[in-house]
Design a protein around this ligand. Sequence first.
Ligand code: COA
Length: 447
Amino acid sequence: MKMIEAITEQLPAWRERVNRLRTQFGSLKVCDVTVEQIYGGIRGVQIQVSDISYVDPYEGIRLRGYTIPEVLEYLPKKPGSDFPLVGGLYYLLMTDRLPNEAEADEVEQEWASRSQIPEHVYQVIRQFPRDTHPMTLFSVAIMALQPSSQFASKYAEQMFTSEGLPKGDYWKYYLEDSMNLIAKLPGIASFIYNYKYRNEEIVSYSPELDWSANFARMIGKAEDLRYQDLCRLFFVIHSDHEGGNVSAHTSYLVSSALSDVYLSCAAGMNGLAGPLHGLANQECIRWVLQVREAFGGHVPGKEELTDHLRRQLQAGKLIPGYGHAVLRVTDPRFTVQYEFAKKYISNDPNIELIGRVFEVLPPILAENGKVKNPYPNVDAINGALQYHYGVKEFDFYTVLFGMSRILGLTAHIVWGRILGKPIERPKSLTTAMLEQLAEKSLQSLER
Ligand SMILES: CC(C)(COP(=O)(O)OP(=O)(O)OC[C@H]1O[C@@H](n2cnc3c(N)ncnc32)[C@H](O)[C@@H]1OP(=O)(O)O)[C@@H](O)C(=O)NCCC(=O)NCCS
């Protein structure tokens, strides 16, 4: 079944579920909000619904109900590869149904047919100095595609016609825009890579290859089948992490103003470019290399490493790749990448070091009870894998993350339109108002 048909089929049931909740249980209280939460980054405040994915603190992410190992096992694969087609993952995220091979392949073919990038996008990128951060170029390239938004032009057009565009149909244009944008991401990301670090080459999309392998081929890795598998793994596991993280929340918020997919995703990418969010992956491999450098290029033994890590922590330093705002166990996205590394590149000294840190660091981080999650997250290893296969430009890693994350962002955005979510507008208070509330609570305690 085509993706649009699979969505259309289940649309009435989803709308009914949401309508029932809103009409019959609209005043049901979900959670309270404390002053600490207001000042503390709205942590733990349950203000969103995300059916695309859910992060369980003790289990990790489930994409449409499936754990990471399940997703990797159940999604259709290209013959000869053990890793899923990203087209199949997108079908799952969008339709809430595991695709068969033909359905996954159809998404891949759709992307191939929409992959042509307008010349002006390359020109826009070339206008920037070569030392511009690749995430800036990525965001700008997405914005350069915005004039092609089908939703934006249809919306503008209906303002002046008698026909109108029913609200219930907005999502179809958002889906079209999403497909058109995703189809061009391998071409855009690879051109940014080639412009900054290689030969400025523009490589056209090959319909014979899947989305992931196309990207690999476009940055000169046509022969490297293992790297193509790594890309499939990377793009699947980074695609979504429920709705509250900075990039997902930002793009969803922007789209709630009926900004189109291009405007919304560029905004999300600008959030992903922050060092506390997507940029963290470039820090991890840098740190791994620094540790090795401190030991003359070698991988230290357990005792030496333990002393080194303790010294770093005593000096108040963060260990990149460890800890998480929601997770309280080893991130399953770390685990599957570590499995990949142990299977294919176990002799790589960076992987050896990452394994040793994994052995010794969690108990040390847990010692003083301050760090809520002493285990590795997805970023503890993803850069080391890229590095091994020759993608050694650390600042590019967030673009890879961005390519993958747009799969999830667009699924959230399209479903926001399907369910007719209104423009978001939380309410602000002043500090004086909070102080008054505090005074009142003191007085009632004294009484
Ligand atoms: C991911 C991260 C931002 C989560 O932050 P958080 O929810 O505030 O984490 P916690 O509640 O566990 O933090 C409690 C304390 O432990 C410290 N801590 C957390 N992770 C740490 C780490 N990896 N190394 C050293 N100290 C750490 C925090 O700095 C904080 O110290 P403070 O109270 O003196 O400010 C944080 O763990 C971190 O910075 N990790 C390293 C960077 C990283 O891997 N980022 C990628 C995330 S996917």
